[in-house]
Ligand binder design. Sequence first.
Ligand code: UDX
Ligand code: UDX
Length: 426
Amino acid sequence: MIGTGYVGLTTGVCFAHLGHHVICQDIDEKKIQKLKNNENVIYEPDLDAFIHNGLKSGNLEFTHDMAKAVQQSDIIFICVNTPPKPDGHADLKYVEQVARDIAKHMNGYKVIIDKSTVPIRTAEKVKETINKYSKGDFKFDIVSNPEFLREGHAVYDILHPNRIVIGVENARSRDMMLELYTSFQNTPIKITSIKSAELIKHGANTFLATKISFANLIAEVCESAGANAKEVLEAIGLDERIGKYFLNPGIGFGGSCFPKDIKAFKKTLEIFGINHSLIDSIEDINNRAVDRFIKKIEKELWVLDGKRIAVLGLAFKPNTDDIRNSPAIKIIDALKKEGAKICAHDPKAMEKAKEIFNDIDYADNFYECVRGCDALVLCTEWDEYKKIDFNELKKLLITPIIFDGRNIIDKKIASDNGFVYFGIGG
Ligand code: UDX
Ligand code: UDX
């Protein structure tokens, strides 16, 4: 595994769990040292125990040494990050660097896999790069094997995938990949061309983002016309052709994938001269979702200057400490700009948030967070926030106002308990 981030680490650890010998490499020496010492680098359910077991069994190794990682492996996964450039293109400089490094250290036949999310035709470029920089005369094959893991469920998703996509160009690499995935006998395995596999990943993420934006569009209509988005979307989702998942309106999608991947897909469409107004609309609706929420807060609280606001949830979704593109960040920024004082809480993401906001207060638990606040703003649907004790909350808040960005609190129960409640979608 080259790149031991959210994807490389969780994938490597799971392959070690399945009995393969895995070497996880990263340029970040500090991270590697921590992992060798069995210290936590990211929060992901079950990950720590799997790392512990992998190290103990000897199936899992961590190294900074690229030569060792390449030379001692038959199969090499490229899992480095592919961040967006200012123009939206996926920045492939890390992928290119890794391809050059692999070329430099090759010592025999290798299967080299693009696991990172990359635009269609990246594998071609990786192949060209390795050919260009390779010193020896070693054969290799490129494979595209996109990941579909959700942060917060990564270990579960890797071990229980709903499909495995393997894009190959010959039987040798296909057979090695099938051997690698031999324990997934009950999972549909789609063998495709490399380009199709690359497109499947961007296509799947764009479709999921489309569903979320559609749900947020319905929520907008409901708020304007006086309907209820929950009722509308539940009924729409009962149609099996549509499905109930990813139809929850809220403050929009964040994370390291959807925002970046739809931008990269838009660039791909642009390159092929294909109209990308669909993607523009998905982005617009997603931005409006968080902006509308901020406006609701501003309208209700009127003057924000000097008001103290409790922000519950900083991660872009529950069960992760990841705050990349989290809507909570945009919300905190907007409230701070108007002079509000913020007290924030998140079960796992506060350490990462402190790297961005060192001028807000952080509370150890959510009741401490709301004490003396003028309103509660809920940004992430952590399970513990679903069990709010309204009596306790009412004693702690100065004014009983709740802005629920994830619709986890029942509007009627909140009102019956004397709260002024604002959810999403009426
Ligand atoms: C991954 C994919 O790469 C991305 O394309 C996909 O859309 C989401 O998941 P992620 O695992 O979230 O990204 O990235 P990150 O957690 O930032 O980890 C990347 C790791 O690669 C870091 O540990 C970084 O130090 C390492 N890295 C980066 C290298 O080892 N070498 C490099 O040249 C660059
Ligand atoms: C996503 C894909 O699900 C995964 O298959 C892919 O490999 C990587 O990108 P991830 O970014 O970890 O995974 O999280 P996901 O659960 O998809 O949620 C993304 C964002 O959408 C979150 O901010 C979440 O809050 C939001 N979301 C999700 C909604 O707003 N409404 C929904 O109905 C579902």
